[in-house]
Ligand binder design. Structure first.
Ligand SMILES: [Cu+2]
Length: 162
């Protein structure tokens, strides 16, 4: 009975160690027709949480930066029309490359309402905007947390061997 419990705890800890997805918040029309931050770095599995701060907007993926036409490929990023106070979450489902998006509500895109999600490979969570140096610094936190989890898992493993 005790052994079964140990295995259960082991499984839960392993799951926690493997799922290090991060949620990145992007404010829509925080101050003007724009995104804050306009550029984010993310990894596959990370969740981009678009928070609609003011007005009405509709986010759609495009094929190039700053372009105001819908992507020709099947677009997975499409919020539909959202109003102030609403949130749209998008889960990154690619290993690398850039996901360009814009607001196709009214003439918002022509006013500069476009942004990009830069998808990078590797473990650890993503980061908000800023330099590459900053993003690598924030990656260290989940990595040390994972080390702690793996250490605990190892302890449980040896405990169950006794
Ligand atoms: Cu808009």
């Amino acid at each position: 009975m005790v052994r079964t419990l140990d295995i259960l705890v082991l499984l839960i800890l392993t799951f926690l160690a493997c799922s290090n997805a991060e949620t990145i918040t992007v404010k829509v029309a925080d101050n003007a027709l724009d995104f804050n931050p306009k550029n984010v770095t993310a990894r596959k599995g990370d969740v981009i949480s678009f928070v609609f701060v003011s007005g009405k907007h509709s986010l759609v993926q495009s094929d190039s930066p700053g372009v105001c036409t819908n992507s020709t490929s099947l677009t997975s990023l499409s919020s539909g029309e959202k109003s102030q106070g609403e949130t749209y979450t998008y889960t990154v489902n690619q290993n690398d490359g850039a996901i360009y998006y814009f607001c196709n509500y009214g003439q918002h895109c022509l006013g500069g309402e476009s942004g990009v999600i830069n998808v990078v490979t590797g473990n650890g969570g993503g980061s908000g905007s800023g330099s590459n140096g900053k993003s690598s610094a924030s990656v260290n936190v989940p990595n040390s947390f994972n080390f702690f989890l793996l250490f605990t898992i190892t302890l449980f493993f040896f405990k169950s061997m006794l």
